[in-house]
Structure formats: C-alpha cells, structure tokens
Design a protein around this ligand. Sequence first.
Ligand code: GLY
Length: 365
Amino acid sequence: MSEPEVIRVADDQHGDYEVIIGHGVLDQVSARVPEAAERVLIVHAPVLAGAADRIAAAATAAGRRPVVQALPDAEAAKTADVAVRLWSVLAESGFTRSDAVIALGGGATTDLGGFVAATWLRGVPVVQVPSTVLGMVDAAVGGKTGINIPEGKNLVGSFHPPAAVICDLDLLRTLPGEDLVAGLAEVIKCGFIADEHILRLAADPVAATDVSGAVLPELIARAVRVKADVVGADLREAGLREILNYGHTFAHAVEQVSGFRWRHGDAVAVGMMYVAELSRRAGLIDDALVERHRAALDRVGLPTSYAVTGDVDARWRALRAAMGRDKKTRGSTLRFVALTAVGAPTRLVGPDERMLREAFDAIRR
Ligand code: GLY
C-alpha cells in the first residue's frame, strides 16, 4: 500500500467520516481535527509519548494549543477516575465546544478518549488514532465509546462517531507479536461474516503478520470496509451491527470467567470455534466450514480450543451463566450470531442446553 487507503463511513446523524490507512499518516492527524478547534487534548497510551509529541508539534505549527496527557496502560485507562481527571484538565485548560480531543493508543485509550470527547460539554469532536490491529479494525471505528465500572466492562458509554480515524501502520511496529496476531481474530471474523477474500489473504501467516508487506495493510483495509458498511447501515446496533459480534457471546464469557486475563482477540478466536461447533449441531453449517474456521485461525497462530484444568462441569456452569448475561440475550433465551455460509450471517436463537454443552465439549481440551 504505497498511497494511503481512504474509507468513508456513512453517518446520517453525525456526518460521514473517513478512515485513513497507510504508512506515515500520523502527520495527517492535526489536519484532520476540525478547523475551529483552537485547543486539542491529546491522550495517549504510555508507550506512545513520542508519537503524541509529534502530533502536538504539528498542532502547534498549525496555530493550535495542544495539551498532552499520558494515560494508564490498557484497561486501566478506562475508568471513571481517569475520565474525571481529564474533565478537570479540559476545564483548567479552558476547552470550549469548538475544541477537540485526539486519542492515540489501543482500544482502551480510544474508548476512553472517545468517551471524554462525547461527554465534555455534551460532545466535542474526537480524532481516533489507533495503534493496534484490534483498534484499527474494530474499537476506533464505529463510534462506540465507554468506560468500565467494577460491576462490568463497557457498562457506561455512548455512541460518539469520530471526526476521522487515522491508522498509521508504522505504529504497529511497536506492537508485541502476540497482540498483532490477536488483532487478526477480528479481521478473520470479518472474513467469515462478509468478505471471503480476507480468508484467502490470511491463509499466508507470514504475509498476514508482516507490517512492512502489502498483505497486512490490505487485510486491515478490508476489515475496516466490512465494519464501515455495517456501522454505516446500523450505528446504534438496532439489528445488523450485531453481526460484528460473531464469536463474541462465548468470547465475552471466556474473558469474564478468566478475570479478563485472556486477550480479547484470542477469546474471539475460541468463540468463533464454539459458535461454529454449535452451528454444525444446529444444522446450519457442515463439517467443512467448521474445519475452515479451525484452519484459518490455527494458521495465523490463534487458539482454537479452550483448556480446562479441574472441574469441567463447574467451568461450564460459569461460562453458561456468563453467556446468559450477553447483551444479545432476550429474557433467558440465548441468541448467537451464526453463519449459514461464509458471508451469510444469521441468528441462532435458543439452542437447547444439550447442544450448548456438546459444542463446549468439542472445543475443550
Ligand atoms: N465491536 C463491535 C461493534 O463495534 O459493534
């Protein structure tokens, strides 16, 4: 990808915005902040202080007043305490309705930055600058923002679409290999729900994980296009947007039961295996498509099974209870995003308990 790729996300309510994907596009961040903003708050993950300073220097050169704030790492950034601290910084620095926020980091940083922008004076623009594969293809696109509270993740938040999303592929060079691979789970998910060519591209694991090559940028761009099409049609998750949750019902249960020690992408990989096994039992897909899930995930180094040590029945009960708290559940009826074929998502509603347990036994080791 020599020229940056520009993908437009339709948003009738807040205005369309662009996702820019390319090498070295960090220098475009300041120019993407709405012109009226005299002040910009730049929040960043701790390891990205250098990149934040570059954005701040460009903002200063453009005649703006940047305020740079390092956030705690990862999920520790997504708390009410951090939001309160940033609201105070905005107040002390005199931020008005025409000023803006820039959020630079992984999904937790962009979620928090988006939430602070959504709530300051009832909403100021945010430019999202994701630094991880997961952030580029999922968290930073689509306008979901929020924080965690002790009772659960993402329980407080709002839809606040960004003014722009800048995905500088060079930022991925600092990402640990296992985090890059985990991000590919959301990319492969987009392959299964909407774009079969992603699965063909991801079949070459070396190319799919090479930050300097041509394949990883194309995978990211294709996944962003899938997400852009979905959120462009259904920002508020009235229906279609649910398909982005393919594999997530079991994944969220795995994350919760582990006390959030699992990487999200790894949990999504196992969650897709679970729903594939469940869908086979429900007669929606055949053995070959289940095996295609296993091969696609396994090839790039994503997990396809779930290890249980100790009491298997107790673990199943904990996972089953956590699935019952999934946001797609209606009453006590579980609802899964499932497939009838690659690119053909459907819903699997109320599968019987025996089937739910059998699918678990099929992926556990
Ligand atoms: N991560 C799923 C969504 O944005 O809807």
